[in-house]
Write a protein that binds this ligand. Structure first.
Ligand code: FAD
Ligand code: NAP
Ligand code: SF4
Length: 680
């Protein structure tokens, strides 16, 4: 089913070719993949959920999939999570389906039974095996219990149809319930539902067959197939091909690609995963089935998506987080304005991390995501002259939103380029995506007509003629005060990342927060080059079988040797890195471990001299004979201008690091800048 270019879509012709499914037609090849937002669990949040989908449908997406809804209570992801098992649960969904259809998109409901990943005591599974990432042990189902689950799927699908959905996505991957049946790792049964590959896949096939029976021929059934389990004892390639064929024969309309179980120790979506890293597995399945295939994971820009479709790797591309970041993604691509896309940098900080913390999802680069009904950048009736000092994330967000609303905005920075600390972040191996945020804001500043004054250190007297003054001047790195803190060996992370100093073969890092971890990554990679830009190197480093033939596609990892010997130190007791992001911290810790970085907590710094750094740990003094000591000890607000402004009778607004430096990240900086600008 090779897409046919049409003359109107010259920029990405394959991406914007419609997909004809026989009984229905999808307007293009962009699928908005399923994401849990936290708005699915209570009926009262559905109007907000509808607004969220409406913006993405209006933004040109072809087909959307909701976050997961369980077909019954035991399949809950968490207590009182979204489910569709009772007649009265249908009505709120009608807001969502109407919103999507009003803007020409199709929408499917995802049926997600959590199985042993459910975070509650009622969980069920093919076998009584606790997941390593969940404290709850599931109950093994009887044969009658298995039948009841299948019926629940069919009933829920029928209700989805009643609610106006164009179809359902049956979640068969990521280590959830159905995947637990298909894999020998979690299915130890010896009855009709386990024991041989055919019996293990029977549950999945029966669900698709019964859903088709319940919903009729003109209903989309997407089956999300785990093409790479990325765990020991996962499925083997021939078993995956057999599953795909049987699912097709059972009546599925489309097969979507699922990559990696949640308990896998191989990252699948964080920013250091190469773009489109796993699409070759979809390509490998293509010759074996006739139905359309969707490919997925780390596809965030239209050139990547177009290449995948043009090369015949898949028939549709799934983008999830990129549509949180920019609801207008498809319209911008279609208009040939890829430069205007607010690109998802795969940080997980405001989306997945929030979901894991039981908070509503949003997006670091787009604070309006999932806040569409409350955070709006309406035109102002009283334009003001606004000065924003500092063009880091906070200042760029504030200036562009204020200008979008109609204010006359001047953005000052002492530096020669916009971006503030993002210019250091982008140099960290595995954080190459941060370049995209800088590209987006450069474009957006121009588009909104912000007057940009670079290489301009600002003093209070320059700000007299403005109606509003915003200080987004960021931070200064914290200094340390132990003996020898001024020794030539002692550097700041700024000295290192700006390239002012070349670090020797051995280094100790003081401070193991986000920046300490990032600087360690920078130092262990020679010349700062990571495998993120080279999928083959990346797969070798993480132990992914590039042929996808090994069971679970897991092979021994072959990490490249570190470029330097690095010590990563903190004063607090416990393991460094405990406060890093929930869904990405483990990846940073695993990378540094593979690079033999020595991480120490409970460290007392005694001083630096020509011999190196002297420390005491658990009462024992040690000398780390390092060439350099790099200080990554946190930051202090930089707001010297505030005093002069107040003296001149001007009360500035403070945002980002200039406001509070502790626990500062770009998520808060952009959110605070945008919200202030929305209120001016
Ligand atoms: P800044 O980015 O510090 O910008 C302040 C700007 O003000 C600077 O450009 C400065 O030149 C300018 N300025 C200051 N004084 C004046 C003056 N008087 N006149 C004119 N201009 C002035 N955050 C995350 O969320 N996720 C990450 O993965 C992440 N990784 C990071 C990696 C590294 C290596 C670093 C260093 C930081 C990272 N951060 C990350 C933190 C993030 O970059 C900061 O939280 C964010 O940049 C703070 O934004 P800000 O706008 O408040 O200040
Ligand atoms: P941080 O996370 O606050 O870490 C500072 C580190 O320095 C801690 O390990 C702290 O541990 C140590 N420290 C503090 N005061 C010290 C002192 N006086 N002497 C010696 N050590 C001291 O700050 P950061 O690493 O500078 O990061 C700044 C912000 O950027 C963070 O808030 C972070 O969220 C953000 N960031 C995020 C990411 C990300 O991937 N999400 C990446 C980079 C940065 P002890 O007190 O135990 O020694
Ligand atoms: Fe992408 Fe980060 Fe936004 Fe999530 S928070 S959608 S990963 S940019």
């Amino acid at each position: 089913m090779t897409p046919q270019p049409t003359p109107t879509d010259q920029h990405y012709p394959h991406l914007f070719a419609p997909l004809d499914l026989g009984f229905t037609r999808i307007r293009n090849r962009v699928l908005m993949g399923s994401m849990h937002t936290g708005l699915e669990d209570r009926a009262r949040d559905f109007p907000r959920l509808a607004a969220y989908f409406a913006e993405r449908a209006e933004g040109g997406v072809g087909l959307m999939v909701t976050g997961g809804f369980s077909p019954n209570l035991v399949g809950w992801l968490k207590p009182f999570g979204g489910k569709l098992s009772w007649p009265w649960e249908v009505r709120p969904h009608k807001f969502v389906t109407a919103a999507a259809h009003e803007h020409g998109a199709k929408i499917c409901l995802q049926l997600l039974h959590a199985g042993r990943y459910g975070y509650h005591p009622l969980t069920v599974a093919p076998s009584k095996l606790k997941a390593p990432i969940n404290p709850f042990t599931p109950r093994a189902l009887s044969s009658r219990g298995v039948e009841r689950q299948i019926t629940a799927y069919a009933d829920a699908a029928r209700r989805a149809r009643e609610a106006g959905y164009d179809g359902v996505e049956v979640m068969g991957s990521e280590g959830y319930f159905i995947n637990e049946f298909t894999a020998p790792r979690t299915n130890k049964r010896n009855d009709a539902w386990g024991g041989t590959p055919e019996k293990r896949m029977r549950f999945a096939v029966e669900i698709v067959r019964r859903v088709r029976e319940a919903c009729g021929p003109d209903f989309i059934i997407i089956y999300r197939l785990s093409m790479l389990d990325l765990v020991e004892d996962g499925n083997q390639w021939q078993e995956i091909v057999a599953q795909a064929k049987a699912i097709e024969a059972a009546g599925a309309t489309i097969i979507n690609t699922g990559i990696g179980w949640h308990e896998a120790r191989i990252p699948t979506i964080v920013t250091s995963v190469p773009r489109a890293a796993f699409v070759d597995v979809t390509a490998k399945l293509k010759p074996h089935v006739a139905l359309p295939l969707i490919t997925s994971n780390r596809i965030n820009m239209p050139d990547v998506a177009e290449r995948i479709l043009a090369e015949g790797i898949a028939d549709m591309v799934s983008l999830a987080r990129p549509l949180l970041a920019d609801p207008q993604w498809a319209n911008k691509a279609r208009a040939g304005k890829a430069q205007a896309i607010n690109t998802c940098i795969a940080c997980n900080q405001a989306c997945l991390d929030h979901v894991f913390e039981n908070k509503r999802a949003s997006c670091l680069v787009n604070p309006r995501a999932c806040a569409e009904t409350e955070l709006n950048y309406d035109k102002t009736f009283a334009p003001k002259r606004v000065a924003v000092v500092g063009s880091g994330p906070a200042g760029m967000a504030c200036a562009t939103v204020a200008a979008e609303r109609g204010h006359r905005v001047t953005l000052f920075d002492a530096a020669t380029e916009i971006g503030g600390q993002f210019n250091y972040a982008k140099k960290i191996p595995g954080k190459e995506e941060f370049h995209e945020t800088l590209r987006y804001f450069a474009h957006r500043l121009e588009e909104t007509g912000v007057s940009l004054k670079l290489s301009t250190p600002v003093s209070a007297d320059m700000l007299k003629d403005f109606d509003e003054v915003v200080l987004a001047t960021g931070i200064t790195p914290r200094r340390v005060d132990f003996p020898g803190a001024d020794h030539a060996k002692v550097l700041s992370y700024v000295d290192v990342l700006s390239g002012r100093v070349t670090v020797g073969r051995n280094a100790a890092l003081i401070g193991a927060g986000g920046i300490g971890f990032d600087v360690a990554e920078y130092l262990v990679h020679e010349g700062g080059h990571s495998s993120t830009l080279d999928p083959a190197r990346w797969m070798a480093e993480w132990g992914v079988d590039p042929t996808f033939e090994a069971r679970g596609s897991v092979v021994p990892a072959r990490p490249e040797p570190p470029a330097r010997e690095v010590w990563l130190l903190q004063r607090s007791a416990g393991k460094p890195g405990a406060r890093l992001g929930k869904t990405s911290g483990w990846v940073h810790r695993a990378t540094l471990k593979a690079k033999k970085v020595q991480m120490l907590g409970g460290v007392e710094y005694l001083g630096v001299d020509d011999a190196g750094l002297r420390i005491r740990v658990e009462g024992v003094e040690q000398l780390l004979a390092v060439d350099h000591v790099v200080v990554c000890a946190g930051q202090e607000p930089r707001r010297d201008l505030q005093v002069d402004l107040l003296a001149a009778g001007i009360t500035p607004h403070l945002i980002g690091g200039a406001d509070v430096a502790a626990e500062l990240d770009a998520k808060r900086a952009i959110d605070q800048g945008s919200r202030l600008a929305a209120s001016l």
